[in-house]
Design a binder for this molecule. Sequence first.
Ligand SMILES: [Zn+2]
Length: 452
Amino acid sequence: MKFIDLSILCFFILTIPNIGHAKVDEVKVSEVDYVHYRAEIEPNFESKSLSAAVTIKFVPVIQNLRQLKFSSKYKQVKSVRFGGKAINYDLINEQLIVQFEDNLKSGKAYSLKVEYTAAPERGMKFYEDHLFTVYHTKNWLISHGDISDKATFELLLEHETGLESVGNGQLISRYETGQKTTISHWKQDIPIPIYTFGFALGFFETLLLDSSRTDISVLYRRAEKSDLTSPLLKLAFKDVADMSSFFESKAGFSLNEHGYRYVVVDGYMAQEASSFSLVGEKFVHTVLKNKNENWFIAHELAHEWWGNSVTSSNFSHFWLNEGLVVFLVAAYKQHLFGDTAYKNEISVAVKRLEIAVNENRIAPVAFSKVIREQEINHTMAYSKGAIIFYMLREKLGEELFWKALKEYTVTHKDGSVTTQDLKSSFEKTTATSLTSFFDKWVYGEEIPKLKM
Ligand SMILES: [Zn+2]
């Protein structure tokens, strides 16, 4: 059994079943391509707030753009500057609406700078000795909620000297600006989904896991705070090098050259960001008691390929982030512990699906029309989604299944995907039509009867 329901992981959303669908995937085209965010952020532990300035580089996709909208939830905007000059803006319904005096040209790069303070009740967690961001970025950064939009990110985090920080990509410099103040400058130069922007800051120790994989490390609080020591963490995370090799072999490409960091934080937490994840101390203790409970270590790492690199275009295809990762964790457990462990993981998904059926919470796994985040049915995306990959593997056999998954992953590296993209990759590799399979199990509400 899992200690908690998967619904607290990765995304924090409600379940509303029964959304209809049309035949063609309709991916909403944004009016603007947000290219780069450069954020200067100074968090305050005591007031659980931050003061920030963000410079956003963007390219209009449409002609004559006059307005941009961002989430202003939990934020106080101090100024908005465009082309070096203060510009008019409105704050309506938790949105920052920036009005341009002239029409902006499509295809031309512009930049906008917003100064603000934020007290994010969601999207950040503050503790006495550490803090970190969680889903969703728009709660602490002036940005938006589109999950498929990818951009590069630069973070200049101003903090007390002596604290360790983790951000996306690479720490390119760290310098003291005053007696007790340091700026840690993180840079992510490959575009990543905006919801995977993030950082952690605290009195962390750093542990390198494996001499063969110096690109993977664990940051943790000292034993007096966490009850965790370096030998215990080595034990809990002992399979990470093997795990990474397993996912690399299935994906067809390696971890990003900037490596990967697990940040072990207070409580129960399992949240991916790009190039790092936040995992709870309580979960680490569960894996020390029972080695079979290492799912969260595998789950968040797998997102580095499926979710962070190959990202669902919108919430209609959310199972491509989560159902696939739940399946891949089961497949990894099979590799590590044997067939029974694989079947056990899939059985957990089957049980969750049975509960949803009994409670009449049934919906398709994917939708041809765009759905809102609140409309995602979690059990369908995570559990039935994983079961569909299990069924595809049974149907196609080992060789073709993994070949097709690799073809899909390599083709859409650093891109955004719909369910049709997955179907196309599998059909191309197997030279088989999967239309009836997808119509029945993915777009349809049919519940498989599996004998595990
Ligand atoms: Zn996840």
